[in-house]
Design a protein around this ligand. Structure first.
Ligand code: 9UX
Length: 72
């Protein structure tokens, strides 16, 4: 199974923001795929089999100047 994780991302205002956040998430170990939706401010992340540290995802986003929190 491929577990997924969703985050709320704040501070994105354009499509380039979306790409920046997706790039950041995709570099985190254990991330298989990340898709970010500007309108809903949600990041949907599919994890690799080994999983990923949710706080590492938050940190990667914040490092780029956005804010994030893990949902549920
Ligand atoms: Mo768009 Mo986002 O011009 O950090 S890239 S506002």
């Amino acid at each position: 199974v491929l577990p997924t994780l969703d985050l709320e991302v704040e501070g994105m205002t354009c499509a380039s923001c979306v790409r920046r956040v997706e790039m950041a998430l995709n570099k985190v170990p254990g991330v298989s795929r990340a898709d970010v939706n500007l309108a809903t401010r949600r990041a949907h992340v599919t994890l690799a089999a080994e999983g990923a540290d949710p706080q590492a995802l938050v940190a990667a986003i914040e490092k780029r100047g956005y804010q994030a929190q893990v949902l549920t």
